[in-house]
Design a protein around this ligand. Structure first.
Ligand SMILES: [Zn+2]
Length: 416
């Protein structure tokens, strides 16, 4: 298959004045895609193709990645329902799940479809979903999610985290058999949640988690809500395990609130170890007055990869989360006080798997010949414009295939 995108706007560099970036330079060009990869980029390409897209001067950017969601236990796609107050914190939710998830089982598959289609419309070509494995649901959700995601195999890539939401040890040894059954079904990661506060046994939880990850050759993505020195201690213990076991599969810390609340010295030490061990972080960009917002740029500057995720699109845990990652980026820049073209523009990396058209020096680094053609067309004139004004996506392309396209009235730079 050959696809030709005509009249696309590519970012080519930054315009500076008095050493300050004041504008992103762009050029209108054509791009040829063959077998899912860019093979020619230049103006007025004289090529024939099976499919031709006229971008009409829309901005061509890397597609987005949703790196933390639970597509198996959502209210999304159903009527409005707010969560009930969590009088006993996480234990309220776990108690609720014992009956709620079996009740929702009948509609869970349809809701997962609705959610994935929503993510595709909003420019995502990759989703990492955590999927409950607990004493009630057992492996049913993993089976269901695998079935649903298989339907989108030609549209998106995905990762599935077998997630022992109700703890690893506190439900007895028979639960470990259930978790192993889930891992045998074929997932990419084993999950976890607060080994110190939920199972109250950091060493045993981590020993079991790392042993299972090694046995089934999967990565680890652990929810860490524990804060301050307790959370920092958990992260150090995870790093100890990685080093001692020479664990080479990817390890992600989701939320990792501790990184927001410890001293600069403690943070420096943790960031150095995380960078050395290639441990990355996923955050929802928490808006709270409780010191929960991660120092995202500082982590990045110290070599720790940070990705964004929504975690919920309205479920029994939270009424928030929209699946709109451009909105998430907008929230992030407002939270950080980023108002200039350069800082806003570079923030795209947290939502695109690290890809930005311009690197930190302003050199054009994407798209290049040979890159996989995962892209969006946006009615914007720069990445910064898209993020600051939340400009709409008209087209989503995954490995060269159009997976979503809609007509929007194009306004270019005049889009508010
Ligand atoms: Zn989560």
């Amino acid at each position: 298959m050959k696809q030709l995108i005509r009249n696309a706007r590519l970012e080519t560099g930054y315009q500076t004045k008095d050493e300050v970036v004041i504008k992103t330079n762009t050029e209108i060009t054509d791009l040829l895609i063959e077998e899912g990869h860019f093979t020619k980029i230049g103006p007025h390409l004289q090529e024939s193709a099976d499919v031709t897209i006229d971008a009409k001067k829309q901005l061509l950017l890397p597609s987005l990645r949703e790196m933390h969601i639970h597509i198996d236990k959502t209210y999304f796609g159903n009527g409005w329902q707010a969560p009930i107050p969590a009088k006993n914190g996480i234990y309220t939710r776990l108690e609720e799940e014992k009956t709620l998830l079996p009740e929702q089982l009948e509609v869970a598959e349809q809701r997962a479809h609705t959610m994935i289609q929503h993510y595709i419309r909003l420019g995502h070509t990759h989703i990492r979903t955590h999927v409950n494995v607990d004493p009630q649901i057992k492996t049913k959700h993993v089976q269901l999610v695998k079935r649903v995601l298989q339907d989108y195999e030609n549209q998106i890539t995905y990762e599935i985290v077998a997630f022992p939401q109700h703890g690893l040890l506190r439900n007895g040894s028979e639960f470990l058999t259930i978790l192993e059954d889930a891992l045998k079904l074929g997932v990419t990661h084993i999950g976890g949640v607060d080994p110190a506060s939920l199972d109250r046994n950091i060493g045993e939880v981590l020993a079991t988690t790392f042993a299972l990850a090694k046995k089934y050759n999967v990565g680890i993505d652990m929810h860490l809500h524990d804060r301050d020195t307790l959370g920092a201690f958990e992260i150090h213990r995870i790093l100890d395990f990685i080093e001692q076991k020479k664990f080479s599969q990817p390890v992600t810390l989701s939320h990792a609130f501790a990184l927001a609340g410890i001293s600069d010295n403690e943070l420096d030490e943790l960031m150095q170890r995380m960078a050395e061990n290639k441990v990355d972080v996923t955050t929802t960009v928490v808006i709270s007055d409780e010191n929960l917002t991660l120092p995202v740029k500082k982590l990045y500057d110290n070599g720790v990869t940070v990705s964004f995720g929504h975690d919920s699109l309205t479920d029994h845990w939270s009424p928030f989360g929209t699946g709109d990652t451009i909105q998430k980026l907008n929230l992030f820049i407002e939270r950080c006080g980023y108002i200039d073209e350069y800082q806003i523009s570079q923030s795209l990396r947290y939502a695109s798997g690290g890809i930005t058209p311009l690197n930190e020096q302003g050199e054009q680094v994407w798209p290049k010949i040979g890159d996989q053609a995962n892209l969006i067309l946006v009615d914007a004139v720069s990445s910064a414009h898209m993020i600051a004004r939340q400009c709409p996506i008209s087209t989503v392309v995954s490995a060269g295939e159009i997976i979503y396209q809609t007509d929007i009235a194009l306004k270019g730079a005049y889009r508010g």
